[in-house]
Design a protein around this ligand. Structure first.
Ligand code: UDP
Length: 416
C-alpha cells in the first residue's frame, strides 16, 4: 500500500473558542450523514509546504467526527520530482519544454503508485498534479469502485498555465467527479467538469505553528537564532523557490535598511522532499546575502520547525510574502493570525487574504515592498492596528473549521 502518514488526534470542540459554537454545530450536522464514510487524501509529501500543513489538521478533524479518514503519500524518485516540479512551474506559467520523456517518467511513477493503492473508499481526494493521473491508471476494481467519488484538489494558480502541460493533465483531471480550487480565477476555461468548487486553504489556530506563545519563550527562541528582538524584524517564511522571490526580498530589505538602519531580515524556508530546486535557490540567496550578518537565512536543516516559525512570525514587526505567483500562501494567514501586518505580492491567494491598506499591503515591486515595510516599521501603532484587523480577517475566513465545512458540504453533495 501507499505510505500512510501518522496523525495526531484533534478534537473539534477545542475549536469553539476560535470559530464559535454555530460553526461547530453546522459542522456536526454536515458530518452526521457521513459517519463511518471512508475518505482518503493522497498527496506527494508528508511534510514541507502548504498541502502537508493542511492535511495534518483536516484529516484528524474528519476522524474526530467519526469519519474513517486517512492520509497517504505517493512515493517518487529524484527524476519524478524533477518532472513534477517542472510541471508545477509550467502550470504556474513558466516556460518549460514538455517532452515525451517527461510524460513517460511521470506516468510510470504514477502507475507504480496506482498499483500500491489499496482499500475501499467512499471518497478519494487527490491533491495537485503529482498523483493526478492515478485514477486513470487504476486497474484494480476493488479500489476503483463505481460508487467511489474522486475529487481533485488543485492548490496551484492555473491562470497562465502552459497550454501543452495543462492539455496533458486535463483528461486525467476530468476523470474526477469534482475539483476544488482556491479561487474561481484559477480554473482554466477549458476544464469540462460538472462540479467545480471553491474552498480556499486555512490555518489551524491550535497547531504548534499558530498557538499563542509566552513572550519570554518567543524571545529566547529568536535569541538562539541570532535575532535581536529589540531591533525591527522583517520576516519572510517560505520554501526556497524563485516564485517566492527571496532575492527580491533581500533587495527590498536593503532599501528598508537605508531608512531603518537597525532593521534585520529573517528568511526562514524549509526544503521539501518533492522540491529539488530548493538547495539551488538557497545557494543563490546565500550568495546574494554577501555575508551580511543582519540577513538571517534559516531552514529546517538548522532545526527550524513549527515552534520556531511561530516565534519568528510573532516576533516580526512586519511579515513579508513577496511572492510573484502563489497558490494561496498559508504564511500570510499565519502572520495575520498572529496580529502582524503582512506585505504580500499582489498575486494568487494572497489577494484573498490581505485587504489592501487594512490588514497590510499588496505590492507589485521591490520598491513598493520596501516602501510599505518602511511605513509599517516607522509607525508601529498603525502596524498593530493592521495586525489586529488581519487576525479578524483570518478568524472569519481562513480557519480550519471553515475548510472542514466546505469539504463536508462537497462530500454530502456527491453522496450517492
Ligand atoms: N513552512 C515551514 N517552515 C519553513 C518554511 C515554510 O514550516 O521553513 C511552512 C509555512 O509556515 C506554511 C507552509 O510551510 O505553513 C508553506 O505554505 P504556503 O502556502 O505559504 O506555500 P507553499 O510552500 O505551499 O507554496
Amino acid at each position: 500500500m501507499l505510505e500512510r502518514v501518522p496523525l495526531l488526534e484533534k478534537d473539534l470542540d477545542a475549536y469553539v473558542e476560535f470559530a464559535g459554537q454555530d460553526a461547530i454545530d453546522r459542522i456536526r450536522a454536515l458530518a452526521e450523514p457521513l459517519r463511518g464514510a471512508r475518505i482518503l487524501h493522497v498527496n506527494a509529501t508528508a511534510y514541507g509546504g502548504g498541502v502537508a500543513e493542511l492535511l495534518a489538521t483536516h484529516v484528524p478533524l474528519l476522524k474526530s467526527l467519526g469519519i474513517a479518514a486517512e492520509w497517504q503519500v505517493i512515493h517518487g524518485s529524484d527524476e519524478f520530482f524533477a518532472v513534477t516540479k517542472a510541471v508545477h512551474n509550467a502550470l504556474q506559467g513558466a516556460d518549460v519544454e514538455w517532452t515525451q520523456e517527461m510524460a513517460r517518467i511521470y506516468l510510470e511513477k504514477v502507475l507504480d503508485n496506482a498499483l500500491l493503492l489499496e482499500g475501499e473508499w467512499d471518497y478519494v481526494v487527490i491533491h495537485d498534479p503529482q498523483p493526478a493521473a492515478m485514477l486513470s491508471l487504476l486497474t484494480d476494481s476493488a479500489v476503483n469502485r463505481p460508487d467511489t467519488k474522486w475529487i481533485w484538489r488543485c492548490h496551484i494558480d492555473l491562470t497562465d498555465a502552459n497550454p501543452e502541460v495543462w492539455e496533458f493533465f486535463r483528461p486525467y483531471v476530468e476523470r474526477h467527479d469534482a475539483s476544488v480550487w482556491t479561487m474561481p480565477e484559477f480554473v482554466p476555461a477549458s476544464l469540462a467538469m460538472d462540479r467545480v468548487v471553491q474552498a480556499p486553504p486555512c490555518i489551524d489556530p491550535l497547531s504548534v505553528k499558530n498557538l499563542d506563545l509566552p513572550t519570554p519563550f518567543m524571545n529566547e527562541i529568536c535569541r538562539q537564532y541570532g535575532l535581536d528582538v529589540d531591533r525591527p524584524i522583517m520576516c519572510q517564511v517560505s520554501r526556497y523557490d524563485p516564485w517566492k522571490d527571496p532575492l527580491g526580498v533581500i533587495d527590498a530589505f536593503r532599501i528598508v535598511r537605508e531608512s531603518v538602519p537597525g532593521a534585520q531580515l529573517l528568511l526562514a524556508g524549509s526544503m521539501a522532499t518533492d522540491d529539488p530546486e530548493g538547495f539551488h535557490v538557497w545557494e543563490q540567496v546565500d550568495e546574494a546575502r554577501h555575508g551580511d550578518r543582519d540577513i538571517h537565512l534559516l531552514s529546517n536543516i538548522q532545526q527550524i520547525g513549527n515552534v520556531q516559525i511561530n516565534a519568528f512570525q510573532r516576533a516580526a514587526d512586519v511579515i513579508v510574502q513577496k511572492s510573484l505567483r502563489e497558490g494561496f500562501g498559508l504564511t500570510v494567514s499565519e502572520g495575520l493570525w498572529k496580529a502582524r501586518p503582512v506585505v504580500g505580492g499582489r498575486c494568487g491567494g494572497i489577494v484573498l487574504q490581505i485587504r489592501d491598506g487594512q490588514d497590510g499591503y499588496l505590492v507589485d515591486s521591490v520598491e513598493e515592498c520596501a516602501q510599505r515595510t518602511i511605513e509599517l516599521l516607522t509607525n508601529p501603532e498603525r502596524a498593530d492596528e493592521m495586525g489586529a484587523s488581519g487576525r479578524e480577517q483570518v478568524r472569519n475566513n481562513f480557519l480550519s473549521t471553515r475548510e472542514l465545512e466546505d469539504y463536508l458540504t462537497l462530500f454530502g453533495e456527491l453522496a450517492p
